[in-house]
Write a protein that binds this ligand. Structure first.
Ligand code: NDP
Length: 486
């Protein structure tokens, strides 16, 4: 295989590219054409062993540095990522099919944001001093966990790798990252960049593979923490495996999030949010607001404006910078989404836009809207992970909250209204980890991101992530005598 996107070898371990051709072959397919653009091999036991051993050694050196020294290297890596944004975006577009209009602003740059933010925090991480009677005191040390494993989904490969690596490294940990086998390329570039910025070899290793490689990492007793971004079924397996070894765990899983639009909302903004929250990245976003609840009085106006605006979507070559909708990541994912569209029609929802796959090369599908969706329909209950919006209507605030929360998931939720009091009341009532008022799907690194209920445990981004990548040690200091009963 020799295309511009073929990496030097499959894995990046101990500061260098390595391969073991005994691993399972993984073709890398460009979703816009269906053509193979690279090939990597899944990690064998020997590759995994090298990754763990080198990470253990690098972690000790890294944790010995001051937080500021670690932070300086991370900020340098962020600068390199920004300088290379265009080539990293081209790579990400080829790996995922997402259009350049997105990857240029939302992928490597959001990874750089995370490295910069946590690089800045690294020097501020401290324990505390707790005074006690008689002059005794306790001080706490905020210590690294050790070697962390990151496992990624295919929708935001370099962003997920960076969101996990940045807080882990800031706290003095090493990380072994396994990308989704569908999008194995860009995490390798992050590994290169960290070494170039001065990180010790082995601190951030990338190993390729399917779920079996992820499982081998998660169950290894030398691994101290697991952070997964993936589906609920995988999350359940990985969380159970981590529990077996009593390892720390962060689970960023799926969702079926609501956007509730009241009749006093700014309609144009609400339509924009529904478009972003359903069709960005061709709908392949965990926090998408796929259940759009619109108050009865404005339902028709909402659908009319939405379908009018959807005509402006530019579906096509993701390398064209005006393209706004690219293909789905794979033929398999497109088939899953088409299956849900079929179910929506069968179960009686009204198809008001899209609904079909687009002929020709690549895994394209039309952005799709269903109206008259009811809470019991499959398309309103299950995560589709594709460009399919369900519009439901409601009469009262109480009803909207009850139905919005009637789901096993709890990743995100949004409310649109001009009524300030109602906005905060509804946000407080949502059973979701990440809520929005008059906005949707913004994920600044400064804010915690994560789910409740079946959408996950733990938080990524923000200062909250530090608690998930470090542990406190208490040291009791006695200044007096130690007494005993006899
Ligand atoms: P999967 O759950 O299928 O896979 C996630 C990752 O876990 C992959 O790298 C996968 O490898 C790996 N894996 C699978 N089985 C195991 C196992 N037993 N042990 C260890 N690792 C394993 O998710 P997708 O890649 O299909 O991504 C889509 C899902 O991710 C959606 O549900 C979406 O909602 C969720 N997601 C959540 C986000 C969040 O932040 N909450 C963000 C983005 C996506 P392999 O691919 O080889 O099977």
């Amino acid at each position: 295989m020799s295309t511009a996107y073929q990496p030097a070898a499959s894995h990046y371990v101990n500061g260098t590219y390595i391969d073991d051709l005994d691993g399972r072959e993984i073709p890398v397919i460009y979703p816009a054409t269906g053509q193979e653009i690279a090939k990597v091999y899944g990690a064998t036991a020997s590759i995994i062993e090298q990754a763990i051993q080198s990470a253990q050694i690098a972690q000790k050196q890294w944790a010995f540095l001051s937080g500021s020294e670690r932070g300086r290297i991370m900020v340098r890596a962020a600068h390199i990522m920004r300088e290379r944004n265009r080539s990293l975006s081209e790579l990400e577009t080829h790996d995922t099919g997402k259009p350049m209009s997105e990857t240029l602003i939302a992928d490597a740059l959001s990874g750089a944001d995370a490295l910069e933010y946590f690089g800045g925090l690294a020097g501020t991480l401290t324990g505390e001093h707790i005074p006690l009677a008689g002059g005794d005191f306790v001080y706490t040390r905020r210590e690294a966990l050790g070697v962390c494993v990151g496992i990624g989904a295919w929708n935001y490969p370099i962003q997920i790798a960076s969101w996990k690596a940045a807080p882990a490294l800031a706290c003095g940990n090493a990380m072994i990252f396994k990308p989704s086998e569908m999008t194995p390329l860009s995490a390798l570039k992050l590994a290169e960049i960290l070494v170039e910025a001065g990180a010790p070899a082995g601190l951030f290793n990338v190993v390729q593979g399917h779920g079996d490689v992820g499982a081998a990492l998660v169950t290894d007793p030398r691994i101290d923490k697991v952070s997964l971004t993936g589906s609920v079924p995988t999350g359940q397996k990985v969380y159970a495996a981590a529990a077996q070894g009593l390892k720390h765990a962060t689970m960023e899983l799926g969702g079926k999030s609501p956007i509730v639009i009241f009749d006093d909302a700014n309609l144009e903004n609400a339509v924009s949010a529904a478009i972003n929250g359903n069709f960005y990245s061709t709908g392949q976003i965990c926090s998408n607001g796929t259940r759009v609840f619109v108050q009865d009085e404005i339902k028709d106006a909402f659908i009319a404006r939405l379908t009018e605006r959807m005509k402006r979507a530019i579906i096509g070559d993701p390398m064209g910078e005006t393209t706004t909708i690219g293909p789905m990541v794979s033929e398999r994912q497109r088939a899953i989404v088409l299956g849900y569209i079929e179910k929506g029609i069968q179960e009686g929802a009204t198809l008001v836009a899209g609904g079909k796959s687009i002929d020709g090369a690549g895994f394209y599908i039309e952005p799709t809207v269903f109206a008259d969706v009811t809470d019991d329909m499959t398309i309103a209950r299950e995560e589709i992970f594709g460009p399919v919006m369900s519009v439901l209507s409601f009469a009262t605030e109480e009803e909207a909250i009850r139905r919005a929360n009637d789901t096993e998931f709890g990743l995100a939720a949004g409310v649109f209204t001009q009524d300030l009091t109602r906005a905060h009341r509804v946000a407080a009532a949502f059973e979701a980890g990440t809520c929005y008022i008059n906005a949707y799907n913004l994920t600044p690194v400064e804010a915690p991101f994560g789910g409740v209920k079946m959408s996950g445990v733990g938080r990524e981004n923000s200062k909250a992530a530090i608690d998930h990548y470090s542990q406190l040690k208490s040291v009791y200091v006695c200044l007096g005598d130690t007494e005993a009963a006899f």
